[in-house]
Design a protein around this ligand. Structure first.
Ligand code: 5AD
Ligand code: SF4
Length: 442
């Protein structure tokens, strides 16, 4: 049987799609990249905001048309949704969308081969498994883990226990479960042997990692020592969980990227309390100060939500104020969208008019643009080690890569291979990218 898989949402979903591929290939399924050739089409879905959900629903409608068209030619295809929307919708989906045959949540991917085979045997039956109670960590499955030929993803902790009031993740992905460090280290070594140059450690909240007696900073140090020739990045950090120990480990090891992704969400302490975040605006500033004191040229990125329930102009100004104090290297910025089943959806009023949400969002986007430019310009004149990741999409005479802070740099192609390092002098910057020239090959 042939399967086709399409992935939406965050890097955790990209990683999970690799896990799914690995499970299905091992069970004898064949992967196809052509929709029409597939016996089963899987959409690995994201439920975090209304916009990605709508995109997936539109795509599902298109696939439904394809299914009916192919049915007329006697080809039966099955449609499955996996990932966060699967858990979010559960049985309602089957009632609402009768063309969907399979729904599988993030903790049940090991059951996919069995379930798909059942669909084949009993074509009229639907298959559903969205349980989140089984503490699944996919410890023994080695995904190909790649996002390109250079970087590989590794999930170290699944789920989230934080219960921020706006967020659906604790419902769609379940409780936190830290993975056995031995299996993480084994995966790192395999990836190194396969020729990968960079590892990106993933978790909704990496600082919560705890596998007795190991905390995240200890795991990170072990990984840095186990694969000293690989560059290591990690995301996402929950602000008040970042420890001094962690920052010291990041500083100590030259193969760990000097970059933290730390969602602010809002600068207003009143809104942060409504979001049930465990820090105030001022505490967030102190955390950033602590990091910058230890690693002065550390890159810091963030996630920000505008227009959360009851947000006033004053709250919004607080967000702008904190942004101005920190000047994040980059941010992902969103307007609040109410998610079914969350505390905010049940108990708070989504009362900021959409037009105001958009206006505030545009304001923070343009402020961030100025800050990103400011941060990028700080690199001009410096010589940096750049990991070459590929050929620039805009001009094939240029390479692109990243420095130790995760900034993207383009520079005229050198004789070095993709996956190696070049010493690059930064000579200019656009709003998003640094421009450099080779100084000496290493
Ligand atoms: N509305 C808008 N943005 C959200 N995020 C999570 N839930 C919502 C929501 N309901 C954003 C947060 C989080 C990022 C992954 O998505 O900023 O950090
Ligand atoms: Fe969602 Fe908060 Fe957990 Fe992040 S920390 S995944 S925003 S509940």
């Amino acid at each position: 049987m042939k399967f086709y898989i399409e992935t939406y949402g965050c890097q955790m979903n990209i990683y999970d799609s690799e896990i799914i591929c690995s499970i299905l290939l091992k069970a004898g399924f064949i992967k196809t990249s052509t929709l029409k050739k597939a016996d089963i089409i899987l959409l690995n879905t994201c439920a975090i905001r209304a916009k990605p959900e709508q995109k997936i629903l539109n795509r599902l409608m298109k696939i439904r048309c394809l299914k009916s068209k192919l049915k007329k030619t006697n080809k039966q295809i099955k449609i499955g949704i996996v990932g966060c929307l699967a858990t979010h919708y559960k049985k309602q989906t089957l009632e609402k969308f009768n063309f969907i045959d399979l729904i599988v949540g993030p903790d049940s991917y090991k059951n996919l081969p069995k379930m798909i085979k059942k669909l084949k045997k009993e074509p009229k039956k639907k298959e559903i498994d969205v349980r989140l109670a089984n503490q699944e960590k996919y410890t023994k499955i080695i995904p190909s883990g790649l996002i390109n030929r250079i970087s590989a993803l590794i999930s170290i902790i699944r789920g989230c226990d934080n219960m921020c009031t706006f967020c659906i993740v604790p419902f769609s992905r379940g409780r936190e479960k830290s993975r056995n460090p031995n299996s993480i280290l084994k995966e790192c070594k395999i990836l190194y042997k396969k020729g990968y140059k960079e590892i990106i450690l993933l978790g909704q909240n990496v600082d919560s990692y705890f596998f007795k007696p190991l905390k995240f900073f200890q795991l990170l140090e072990l990984i840095a020592l186990t694969v000293p020739l690989m560059r290591i990045r990690f995301l996402t950090s929950y602000p008040s969980n970042i420890s001094k120990n962690l920052v010291e480990v990041v500083k100590k090891h030259s193969n760990i990227s000097k970059h933290f992704h730390i969602p602010l969400q809002s600068g207003s302490t009143r809104i942060l309390a409504l979001m049930r975040r465990k820090y105030s605006g001022e505490e967030f500033l102190l955390i950033i100060k602590m990091i910058q004191n230890i690693i002065p040229d550390c890159s810091i990125s963030s996630d920000i939500i505008t227009g959360f329930c009851t947000e006033t102009q004053e709250d919004h100004r607080e967000t702008l104020r904190i942004m101005n104090r920190i000047k994040f290297n980059f941010s992902y910025m969103f307007k609040y969208s109410s998610r079914q089943g969350t505390y905010a959806e049940r108990k708070l009023k989504d009362d900021v008019p959409n037009i105001l949400k958009i206006r505030r969002l545009n304001e923070i986007i343009s402020l961030q643009k100025a800050h990103s430019f400011y941060r990028l310009k700080e690199n001009i004149g410096k010589i940096q080690n750049v990991l070459i990741e590929g050929i620039s999409k805009k001009d094939d005479k240029y390479y692109y890569g990243r420095n130790y802070k995760n900034d993207i740099i383009v520079f005229p192609k050198t004789t070095s291979k993709i996956g190696s390092y070049n010493r690059i002098k930064i000579i200019n910057s656009t709003f998003t990218t640094l421009i450099g020239v080779l100084t000496a090959e290493i």
